[in-house]
Design a protein around this ligand. Structure first.
Ligand SMILES: [Zn+2]
Length: 190
């Protein structure tokens, strides 16, 4: 798993025996520099991107997706709620509606299977993921958590992510809009 994002916005590449799964697409003006050229710098082939999971419908995560969809033929995955949410913004830099992610859906490419969960809060259909990774031959399960509680109370008003300030008291956080299912906890525990 490789970081191909910029300083303020994350994008990750999961390499599998069947190609690359990209998690998030950055902006229309940074997708080529950061993702395509970033993969080349890492010795990876950007034409091997098969799937792009857009974790939520904000432009910093989806606006680079049309480039990957039209030039590289990648399939784009979003939740139904965020396909709609993105559509409502009328941003011309949005991908053509493609695959719809459902809660608990598995996405298999080559030797890797990711599990995708709907964790609304930051947007109506934000996606969190479980990603199998290897480190020095050891297998681990990485969890990418995207949920409202990771946003500070001040910034939450604008729905933009930021670090939680030291002064923020956990008791002041809003109740999460969803809770982990027992199945998720079991998977994480494994
Ligand atoms: Zn966002």
């Amino acid at each position: 798993m490789y970081y191909v994002g910029s300083k303020p916005v994350a994008a990750w590449a999961v390499t599998t025996s069947g190609g690359i799964i990209l998690i998030d697409a950055l902006y229309e003006y940074s997708v080529e520099d950061e993702i395509v050229n970033g993969l080349k710098k890492l010795g990876l082939d950007p034409t091997k991107i098969k799937y792009v999971v857009v974790t939520h419908g904000h432009a910093d995560h989806y606006a680079g997706a049309p480039y990957l969809q039209s030039r590289l033929g990648a399939r784009i995955l979003m939740s139904a709620a965020d396909w709609e949410f993105m559509q409502s913004q009328r941003n011309p830099n949005r991908p053509t509606r493609d695959m719809v992610v459902t809660d608990g859906q598995r996405l298999t490419l080559g030797d890797a299977t990711l599990t995708l969960y709907l964790t609304p809060g930051h947007t109506p259909g934000t996606i969190s993921l479980l990603v199998p990774v290897k480190d020095g031959g050891r297998e681990h399960l990485a969890a990418m958590w995207a949920e409202r509680r990771l946003i500070s109370p001040e910034r939450r008003k604008t729905s933009e992510p930021t670090a939680i300030p030291r002064s923020a008291s956990p008791t002041s956080w809003e109740k999460p809009l969803w809770t982990l299912s027992s199945q998720t906890i079991r998977i994480i525990a494994e």
